[in-house]
Design a protein around this ligand. Structure first.
Ligand code: NAG
Ligand code: NAG
Length: 567
């Protein structure tokens, strides 16, 4: 089952991105067909005859030279380390040249000396203001509910004990309480051109897109954070020592939105995509990927004072964490995939930030923490927002920034049917095993291609009410006898479902008039490198065959619905 997901849903099987675009077309070639601009040497080679002949030759012979050099190193490494040893070595070798630079070796030094801060906090050192205010954050978590994992149904049969050791051992935050200087939170302030309510921006930009593939699975140690990453890394490190603030899959990053403004304060809502590596050598990597981290910070516009800080993993869906773990010592080894429910993971400020020292009326310096005497009581004025949007609106803007397919709203299951009834539209419904809008694998390919293409967005906006649901959610609805209408709709959906993702067109009363499985859909629309694109019927002359196919799927749905209503 897991292998099945893996074959179809990762973006492609290419080596990791960042190899200056010189990717081979063959593996996962269908995605790279339209991404040929990522191979600048080809484009340029077409421009002159000279280049047409020479550049590829140089490229080929250089590549040949590189390959044989790497092959040699690989042989030597296998001899010295064995497969498993090489796996651990490779997890540190981020540029895959089979040599470890001092930078690449750093995680090991940090582990042995136990002092990551000596290396990674230098940028913060500069901005740290000893007279500034400090904020204390407390971390809380309830461990993942193991019973919610699919694999628990057969008692984790066939799952080696070591695979889950990191997960089972993680019962509480690694740092329950930590002090920050208020100025560190400057990282959340908007750039100069993004200062009005409703503006969104990338605090940490995503470096991945559909053409760049994904980052390797065989890593244990996150890269050293830089710039604004340092703060996000410190925050998430309170939960677990190995946060990857650049997760393996797109969309990566941190997005923020100005929710409200007053003369002195700003309320910023943010959303972070990140994941944790729970296992350590000699166990194979285990990736723990919450759907998202979100929260908000209310701070003075110069970041000298923090009024409020909250960061948490939403727990309102029945499943909110994607997990993937490796079964062997190579990037192509089998991966197991599962999902589960994390009841609580949050960071909260114990109160507003306060100065460490204050002056009394006579100018004497007092320790505000009350060294000896009573602690000083601070009184904070109320904040009157002069302009604001709702928390929901801000969350939606963050969502659309991460996922352009959400430019059309996706409503909860029952709400979608009610709306469809009221507006006399059809329901475009996607039923998945894992969530569509988090970072889990099931919906990745779908949302990054067809669902965000503008012709599909336009047709969905015009004629459909969209919704997506988890299989688990609909199973719960189906079992609920309190609501027979909803229960029947859920049953009709589940009858037409097959793993991993089913796209459906439904009448407002729940009857499914048309459906297509995602695996079938992807097989149909994947272009083999040597295939002529004309094998597909291009209804509207779209460049992308999957867009054309999805448009025809939706139009067929509209046709079939007509037949129904006509009868
Ligand atoms: C959806 O349709 C409405 C009304 O026709 C329009 O205002 C809106 O911009 C459309 N949205 C998208 C994403 O096409
Ligand atoms: C929904 O409506 C269609 C057309 O009126 C009808 O054929 C179908 O049986 C109805 N389905 C349910 C579940 O009531």
């Amino acid at each position: 089952m897991a292998a099945d997901v893996d074959k179809r849903f990762p973006v492609d099987n290419n080596p990791s991105p960042g190899e200056d675009g010189s990717l081979d077309v063959s593996p996962g070639g269908e995605r790279l067909v339209s991404g040929s601009s990522k191979r600048p040497w080809i484009t340029r080679a077409l421009s002159t005859f000279l280049m047409l002949t020479i550049v590829p030759l140089i490229a080929i012979s250089y590549k040949y030279y590189q390959d044989s050099k790497l092959l040699k190193r690989h042989e030597v490494a296998i001899k010295a380390l064995g497969t498993e040893g090489l796996f651990v070595f490779s997890s540190l070798d981020t540029d895959h040249d089979l040599y470890l630079s001092p930078e690449e070796f750093k995680p090991i030094v940090e582990k042995l000396t136990g002092s990551p801060s000596a290396f990674s906090d230098f940028e913060e050192e500069i901005t740290h203001d000893p007279n500034g205010e400090t904020l204390t954050l407390e971390a809380k978590m309830k461990p993942l509910n193991l019973d919610t994992m699919t694999k628990s149904k057969d008692g984790f049969l066939g799952v080696t004990h070591s695979s889950l050791s990191g997960l089972r051992a993680w019962k509480s935050p690694s740092i329950p309480s930590m002090s920050f200087s208020a100025s560190q939170f400057r990282a959340f302030l908007p750039p100069k051109n993004k200062g009005t309510v409703g503006d969104t921006w990338w605090v940490i930009p995503s470096e991945l897109n559909i053409f760049s593939g994904y980052l390797p699975n065989n890593r244990y140690h996150p890269p050293v954070p830089r710039g604004k990453e340092v703060l996000i890394d410190s925050l998430l490190s309170m939960f677990h020592p190995r946060p990857f603030i650049k997760p393996r899959f797109a969309p990566q990053g941190t997005v923020a939105c100005v929710r409200a403004l007053s003369d002195f304060y700003v309320d910023i809502v943010f959303r972070i995509h990140a994941e944790f590596q729970l296992n350590e050598v000699p166990d194979f990597p285990f990736w723990f990927t919450p759907g998202q981290f979100t929260g908000n910070i209310i701070m003075s516009r110069d970041s000298s004072h923090i009024r409020h800080f909250l960061l948490y993993v939403p727990n309102d869906r029945t499943l909110n964490v994607d997990m993937e773990w490796l079964y062997g010592a190579s990037e192509s080894s089998n991966m197991e995939v599962d999902i589960g429910y994390l009841p609580q993971m949050e960071l909260q400020a114990t109160g507003p930030s306060t100065p460490s020292f204050i002056q009394d009326e006579e100018g004497n310096i007092l320790d505000s923490r009350g060294g000896g005497g009573d602690p000083v009581q601070f009184v904070f004025e109320d904040i009157h927002w002069t302009s604001e949007i709702s928390r929901e609106d801000a969350a939606r803007r963050l969502e659309v920034t991460f996922y352009p397919f959400k430019k059309v709203p996706y409503l909860p299951f029952s709400e979608a049917f009610e709306r469809a009834q009221a507006e006399n539209k059809l329901v475009h419904s996607i039923l998945l095993w894992g969530a569509l809008d988090d970072q889990s694998c099931s919906g990745r390919t779908l949302r990054e291609t067809v669902l965000e293409s503008s012709p599909v967005l336009a047709l969905l906006n015009q004629s459909f009410i969209s919704s997506w649901s988890l299989v688990k959610e609909l199973e719960d609805m189906q079992a609920n006898e309190q609501d027979p209408v909803e229960s029947q709709r859920a049953r009709l959906h589940l009858e037409k479902y097959s793993f991993p993702v089913e796209m459906m067109v439904a009448l407002p009363n729940g009857t499914i008039v048309h459906h297509i499985n995602a695996n079938y859909f992807l097989d149909e629309t994947s272009m083999k490198p040597d295939e002529e694109p004309t094998t597909f019927s291009f209804s509207g002359g779209f460049e992308d065959p999957s867009t054309a196919t999805y448009i025809s799927f939706l139009k067929e749905g509209l046709e079939k619905a007509k037949d129904y209503v006509g009868q």
